[in-house]
Ligand binder design. Structure first.
Ligand code: HEC
Length: 119
C-alpha cells in the first residue's frame, strides 16, 4: 500500500513538472519572449540569456517587473510583456527556462550506457 502511494506521488510530481515545462514552452513563444531573448533563450546584445538560470531568480524578476519595479531603464522594455501574465504563467515560464533543454538535444540525447564501452 505504501508503495502504491509512493508511485502516485512520483507520477503526479513528474507529470506536473512536465506539464509546467510544456506550458512554459508554449507561453515563451506565444507571449513573444523568444523575439527578444532568442528561440533558445540564449539572449543577445541587451537581451539577457534566460536558459538554465535559477528558477527563483527568474520568478522574482518577472514578479518585480509586474509590480512596476525596474533597476534600469532597459528593463522597462519588459513592462508590456509581463502585464498579462498570471502567477501560474510566471511559474510555468520560469520552470521552462530554468530547466531549458534544446529540442535537438532532447531528441538525440543518447543514454551513455546504451553505447557500450569503447575500449
Ligand atoms: C521587446 C523585447 C523583449 C521581450 C519581448 C521580452 N523581454 Fe525580457 N527583457 C528584455 C530586456 C531589454 C530586459 C532587461 C535587460 C536589462 O536588465 O538591462 C529583459 C529582462 C528580462 C528578465 C530579467 C533577466 C535578468 O537577468 O535580469 C527576464 C526574466 C525576462 N526578461 C523574461 C522575459 C519573458 C518571460 C518574456 C515573455 C513574457 C520576455 N522577457 C519578453 C527584453 C524583452
Amino acid at each position: 500500500m505504501k508503495q502504491f502511494f509512493f508511485l502516485i506521488i512520483l507520477y503526479t510530481t513528474i507529470f506536473a513538472t512536465d506539464n509546467s515545462y510544456e506550458k512554459g514552452r508554449i507561453l515563451y513563444i506565444d507571449k513573444a519572449c523568444s523575439n527578444c531573448h532568442g528561440t533558445n533563450a540564449e539572449g543577445s546584445n541587451i537581451y539577457p540569456k534566460l536558459a538554465n538560470r535559477l528558477k527563483n531568480l527568474l520568478t522574482q524578476k518577472l514578479q518585480q517587473f509586474q509590480e512596476g519595479k525596474f533597476d534600469t531603464q532597459t528593463q522597462e522594455i519588459m513592462f508590456g510583456f509581463v502585464k498579462s501574465l498570471t502567477k501560474q504563467d510566471i511559474d510555468d515560464l520560469s520552470t521552462y527556462l530554468a530547466n531549458y533543454q534544446k529540442e535537438s538535444e532532447k531528441k538525440y540525447k543518447l543514454d551513455a550506457s546504451l553505447l557500450g564501452s569503447v575500449d
